[in-house]
Design a protein around this ligand. Structure first.
Ligand code: ZN
Length: 558
């Protein structure tokens, strides 16, 4: 690609062009951005270069030779790169008159490239630094066969179609707004209904799993964050303090210190343990504006947080419970496929090495008892303890980090958290931090893309559309609507004068699972005609039968 660009735009300076996960990119210094027509021209030139089947030849140059070589070509970026190479020798590959810095290895010749496609252009600062010049980055991809390339391009199409920002707008689920500020989410009525359904499910299941639900404030004195260590270790993600009555307060980036304070509000004995506190706690963290992305990267979000205080010998059982609980919740949302990672002691850590080893072992044993496959992420634990991360795979096979289970030796120490043991002495409990979905905002974004906006019945903001065919059917249709609503079904009525075909199409576009159609026949028999989102029509049924069918499907959460 770089060769083709140089042929077509001789004044361009080439910067850097690595392989990335799904293909490659190259950054070019050019006055005006590449247009879509330019990309076509470049692709055409690339095909010609491929047809020439020119050999890639490696040359090892002395550093000053390489510097002279690229100086002659006016390739300032290459010169900068060569000057940073710590070796006296520089590896260069050459093909058909085009040469580039490269460690290799390389394909033997250009003819080996079988299928490729240039995908997009984006501005990118040289070395990712906004103080540097903005370059033009062309992204592309390449596969061994045209068939594989086509499959990948279809995947990209599907990703685009499922983009939660696009669907969020089309289905009127959420928005962000410049007036309010970047990374702050407005949940619209339909999105809010889905959130409420998720929250109800979450709270009920936590109560059933013997957690206690907490609510805590959105801010606290800066002192609290100093004591927790966040002000020292986490400040870059925190907002500036605000002063109230001469005292600094900080908007919360985490819920942990609040839960600790609830625990500390009375004396605890070994008989009270484990204590499990759960909260849908809204936190605020600083993220650079450039990385904010729809619901997936935001500045204000609600964690499905919980903290478990237990004795050391209870860790394994607690982890087992949390694992079961996590997988149950993930499965409920249609995630049956996941990868599990166990992160061990990093170089910088608090607590004794002995504690680390014992709790890492406990995490391992729990995973093994459950028969769960996992990978070790050596040294990737948080400074305060080892952790298990679970990444789910969505319906397109993409991986998302959601659940995390972290052991913490640090906070109980910092806050002097204790319990009275059976020996009558004070002991230090272990704290486990865990989130199942991670954040509601992010999880919602993942769900929208996972389901392509077509939520299962239990999550659908509108479960049934009641559609009248003509004016004379409105009364009966309204009765059916009222009946379903009074029985806790989320319904909407379309009783205007539009044609029935149009109304059905509207329901399909808004991905409403069921449409109920009321016309002459229905008026006569007292039954309803039910049409599924897929277009399938069910046999006419009494409204009670419909309610029964809906309830069964809702309860199955499928
Ligand atoms: Zn926590």
């Amino acid at each position: 690609m770089a060769h083709a660009v140089k042929d077509l735009f001789p004044d361009v300076k080439v910067a850097i062009g690595p392989a990335i996960e799904d293909g490659f990119y190259y950054d070019f210094d050019i006055e005006s951005p590449f247009s879509p027509e330019d990309l076509e021209k470049i692709e055409k030139r690339m095909s010609e270069i491929i047809d020439q089947d020119a050999k890639f030849e490696r040359r090892i140059l002395k550093k000053d030779e390489a510097l002279n070589y690229f100086k002659e070509k006016g390739e300032d970026y290459k010169i900068e790169l060569i000057n940073e190479i710590d070796d006296d020798k520089v590896s260069v590959y050459e093909e058909g008159g085009f040469a580039d810095l490269c460690r290799g290895p390389h394909l033997p010749s250009t003819g080996q490239v079988k299928a490729f496609k240039l995908l997009s252009v984006a501005g990118a600062y040289w070395r990712g630094d906004e103080k540097n010049k903005m370059l033009q980055r062309i992204y592309g991809t390449s596969f061994l066969t045209a068939k594989e390339l086509k499959k990948y391009l279809n995947f990209l199409e599907e990703v685009k179609k499922r983009d939660h920002r696009r669907l969020g707008k089309e289905l009127d689920l959420f928005s962000t707004n410049d007036e309010i500020g970047a990374g702050l989410i407005l949940w619209h009525p339909k999105g809010a209904l889905i959130r409420k359904t998720i929250e109800d499910f979450w709270r009920n299941e936590h109560l059933r799993a013997d957690y206690q639900i907490l609510y805590t404030p959105h801010m606290a004195k800066l002192n609290l964050w100093e004591r927790s260590g966040h002000w020292d270790f986490y400040r870059e993600n925190m907002y500036s303090p605000m002063e109230i009555d001469g005292i600094d307060y900080e908007i919360k980036p985490m819920n942990c210190p609040f839960h600790i304070e609830v625990y500390r509000s009375s004396l605890r004995s070994y008989r009270d343990l484990p204590v499990r506190y759960a909260e849908l706690g809204t936190v605020y963290r600083y993220e650079r504006s450039g990385v904010l992305h729809g619901l997936l990267r935001v500045r204000g979000f609600t964690q499905d947080d919980a903290h478990i205080f237990c004795a050391e010998e209870q860790i394994e059982d607690e982890i087992l419970n949390v694992l079961d609980f996590t997988l149950f919740v993930l499965r409920t949302f249609g995630f049956d496929d996941y990868d599990i990672y166990l992160s061990t002691r990093p170089e910088k850590y608090v607590g004794s090495a002995d504690n680390w080893d014992r709790s890492t072992e406990a995490l391992k044993r729990a995973l093994e008892i459950k028969g769960l496959k996992y990978e070790i992420d050596p040294g990737e634990g948080v400074f305060y303890g080892p952790k298990i991360d679970i990444k789910v795979k969505d319906s397109l096979g993409r991986q998302w980090q959601c659940s995390t289970i972290q052991v913490d030796f640090n906070n109980p120490e910092r806050f002097d958290v204790t319990f009275r043991g059976s020996d009558g002495k004070e002991h230090r409990p272990i704290m486990i931090h865990r989130a199942l979905m991670g954040s509601l905002e992010r999880f919602f974004g993942i769900l929208i893309e996972h389901y392509a906006g077509a939520f299962p019945l239990w999550l659908s903001p509108v479960q049934v559309s009641v559609l009248s065919i003509a004016e004379r059917h409105v009364e009966h249709a309204s009765e059916v609507l009222k009946y379903l609503r009074e029985n806790d079904i989320r319904v909407e009525g379309k009783f205007d004068n539009e044609k029935i075909g149009y109304k059905i199409r509207q329901s399909t576009v808004s991905k409403v699972p069921y449409s109920v159609i009321i016309g002459d026949k229905e008026l006569e028999t007292g039954k309803v005609t039910v049409r599924k989102k897929s277009g399938e029509n069910l046999n006419p049924m009494a409204k009670e039968e419909l309610l029964d069918l809906l309830r069964k499907e809702i309860d199955s959460r499928k």
